[in-house]
Ligand binder design. Structure first.
Ligand code: 3H9
Length: 710
């Protein structure tokens, strides 16, 4: 029986099943705890408490998941009542037993709802977690106080500071889940009603987690300090993880009510911080990246091409990584190489990578066997006549790629999509070597392709809607953050990275040392400095790319420092020397002062005056402002659809610190006036060729607009 009078869609309804009341939440897509849901929960709970026929309550959700958290889009606005902690207090104090019926992804505030209930039943594969830390927050509705009471302090520290979910199956062993439900027989709701009836029959009442005592017997004395030290290193520069530890420690030190009050204070502090603003921006940036540019949204329901079988051309590091991505997603791959030797080497390298994953406990032997069986080698293009999509990952030379694409066009079925993994080259030119320019697209993976989350989906002039939509959907299936971008040299990420690298190179000629530059950028927040990164990836790669595609305006200073290294045979880690030296055994990086006179001599030749007053801030600003300026230009050209797409690219492909939100978000945070003033300074300092303020920045400065919202 539906007690609600209004049958128009209420986000929360109260239904009666004999003595059991069902509070059912229906707030698509993920049943987030928006204000009407919080209000509905409170109203229904009050009604169920008052109803004398009701002896127990279950909380259920319609749709694909139990509550996946607070409504993140409400954060940053005025927080409307009722606040979640107050709603959950009422759940906790309810005199009738309450059962949470869990399935899907029970996250953040959703998990806190479940923890505030008196019993929890769940399908075994339900994912439960407190991912607030990934949004620069701590759980704000009792999570830090309730989870340790059920699962112990160590488990709470692990889950809350990592934000990683666990399955109900795993949490059952830790006492978080009372009963694992059966998949497929009765619905989750029906099984939860059965459980509630059993509780009533057994005379079990409300069992408040808030009143449980935390078992501290097995906790080391310095447990919390150990975690503080560990996370200061692992989550360098981030504030929320430290707050999480403090809040969990409170659960052991002060009564529940006080612990919850302090948790709320820290939650609000985090919510108002720039780090959380940046991380929430990152969350929405990654999701809006899935929305295609207007030009590709004419056909609402363009049929996607089913991708069951793919081919990868080239079994080198990149091709192998791409093949692994497909196999991990259960898609069969034909891996093509020019010779049997190369093929055998490539397949062996793939097996080694799977074996490493097995050793680290990331996959089982069965999964290894299955994934290896999905990758079949060939040296014969004719074998590719049935595949739905090809990703070419061969040499970065236009002639080679054109040759390959013309062959693919001949052998592949007419509807097959032909993708290139080129990092820089003109995909329009590659497409022209086929008779199906509408089916040619870029799939730009980042190395290591099976690890890095970013996929730039590059649409060329003729690429059709079906191909773009199919490849974007495929990216999601591969677990990637896919971002659609237009064609230009280096697309979005590498075009911007060239500016960042250019400034690092200029600074070397001007007298900064490699470690001075790298330390400045690490102190700023990057995981690695640009020159150590360049040594790792190979300095010769950029050198060859510049030779193949020289800059439009020739400049003798452009990447001259990197070119010097290559000309001296210092290609990076692979030759044990680059901007640094490397121990041949341990690969450990060592500072090498021998490079400094090389830069000084070249500077003298080129008329660059070396300075000894280059500050850490100058290095940081020149590298980051160059990114912001180029990003703004790319945006104006329409190569990126929205500024947040650029941020999604930098967060997922280039190690830009998530708590700084991406270059566009960071520009707003520090102020566009500061950025533009910096650009003008560097222009006067002698780098006029590159430091032209992007017109979009000037316009926004005048209008007071935000770059990240463009
Ligand atoms: C919290 O709970 C704080 C509390 O401790 C205390 C409060 C006082 N809010 O990812 P998808 C939207 S913090 C608003 O593509 P999937 C998303 O934007 C929160 N919107 O689907 C997208 O919209 P659109 C803790 C949300 O199936 C659509 O739903 N919780 C929220 O790949 C589909 O999303 C989290 O951090 C939300 N909470 O993955 C969980 N969640 O279509 C965050 C999703 O317009 N969410 N949307 O672009 C997730 O991790 C994933 O969305 C989930 C589904 C795994 C649930």
């Amino acid at each position: 029986m539906n007690l609600s009078q209004d049958h128009s869609r209420e986000p929360v309804q109260l239904l009666k099943h004999g003595p059991i009341a069902e509070i059912c939440i229906d707030n698509p897509p993920v049943n987030a705890l928006s204000q009407p849901v919080r209000q509905g929960l409170l109203t229904c709970l009050t009604a169920a408490e008052k109803d004398h026929e009701i002896q127990a309550v279950i909380i259920t959700c319609n749709g694909r998941t139990f509550i996946a958290g607070a409504d993140i889009s409400e954060f940053g606005k005025l927080l409307l009542e009722p606040h979640l902690p107050d709603v959950l207090d009422q759940l906790d104090r309810c005199t009738k037993p309450i059962v949470a019926a869990l399935f899907g992804t029970v996250l953040g505030g959703g998990f806190e709802v479940a923890l505030s209930c008196h019993y929890r039943v769940a399908l075994p594969q339900t994912k439960l977690g407190l991912p607030e830390v990934t949004l620069g927050l701590i759980p704000g509705a009792g999570g830090t106080q309730l989870l340790p009471r059920l699962a112990g302090a160590e488990m709470a520290l692990e889950m809350i500071t990592s934000g990683k979910p666990q399955t109900a199956l795993q949490l059952f062993d830790h006492g978080v889940i009372d009963v694992l439900l059966e998949q497929g027989s009765l619905s989750v709701t029906k099984q939860a009603i059965e459980f509630a009836l059993q509780i009533v029959k057994a005379g079990k009442g409300a069992r408040r987690v808030s009143q449980m005592i935390i078992d501290t017997a097995s906790c080391p004395n310095d447990l919390f300090d150990q975690w503080r030290t560990k996370l200061a290193k692992k989550a360098r520069g981030q504030k929320a993880p430290q707050y999480c530890i403090n809040a969990i420690e409170n659960a052991l030190l002060v009564p529940f009510e006080e612990g919850k009050k302090r948790e709320r204070e820290m939650f609000i502090k985090c919510l108002e911080s720039s780090q959380s603003r940046a991380m929430r921006h990152a969350f929405f940036a990654e999701r809006s990246a899935a929305k295609l540019p207007p030009a590709y949204n004419h056909l609402e329901h363009a049929d996607l091409l089913p991708i069951q079988q793919v081919a990868v051309i080239g079994a080198g590091t990149m091709g192998g990584g791409i093949a692994i991505c497909f196999a991990n997603a259960g898609i069969s791959v034909q891996l093509l190489e020019m010779s049997e030797d190369n093929l055998a080497r490539g397949l062996a390298a793939i097996r080694t990578r799977f074996e490493q994953a097995l050793k680290r406990g990331l996959i089982t032997q069965q999964q290894l066997d299955k994934r290896m069986s999905l990758i079949v080698g060939t040296c014969n293009y004719e074998d590719l006549n049935t595949v739905d999509l090809v990703v070419e990952a061969a040499f970065e030379t236009i002639a080679v790629k054109q040759q390959i694409f013309s062959t693919l066009d001949r052998v592949c079925k007419a509807e097959a999509i032909l993708a290139t993994n080129t990092s820089y080259l003109d995909i329009n030119k590659i497409a022209k070597s086929t008779s199906r320019t509408h089916k040619v697209i870029g799939m730009h993976f980042f190395s290591p392709a099976n690890i890095m989350k970013l996929l730039e989906v590059v649409y060329a002039a003729d690429t059709d809607e079906q191909s773009v939509k199919t490849v974007m959907a495929l990216g999601k299936k591969l677990g990637k953050v896919s971002v659609a971008v237009g064609v230009c040299y280096g697309f979005v990420g590498n075009r911007m990275y060239a500016c960042y690298g250019r400034e690092a190179n200029m600074l070397l000629l001007e007298g900064a040392s490699p470690q001075q530059i790298d330390t400045a950028m690490k102190n700023w927040g990057m995981a690695m400095g640009p020159l150590a990164v360049n040594d790792m990836s190979g300095i010769d790669i950029g050198y060859k790319a510049r030779q193949e595609n020289p800059p439009v305006t020739p400049d003798p200073l452009y990447f001259r420092a990197a070119d010097l290294m290559v000309e001296a045979g210092r290609l990076g880690q692979k030759t044990a020397a680059g901007f640094y030296r490397y121990d041949t055994q341990t690969k450990k990086l060592q500072v090498d002062d021998a490079v400094l006179p090389m830069f000084a001599e070249e500077a003298l030749k080129l008329g660059v005056i070396q300075r000894d007053d280059i500050s850490e801030q100058e290095i940081q600003h020149r590298l980051i402002f160059s990114l912001i300026n180029e990003g703004a230009t790319i945006l104006s050209e329409g190569i990126a659809t929205r500024a947040s797409d650029i941020d999604a690219i930098w967060l997922n492909g280039y190690g830009f610190p998530r708590h700084l939100g991406g270059p566009m978000c960071y520009a707003d945070e520090i102020g566009l006036d500061k950025v533009v003033a910096g650009i003008k300074t560097y222009q006067q300092q002698g780098n006029g060729l590159y430091w032209q303020t992007a017109p979009l920045l000037e316009t926004l400065l005048l209008s007071g607009g935000k770059l990240a919202q463009q």
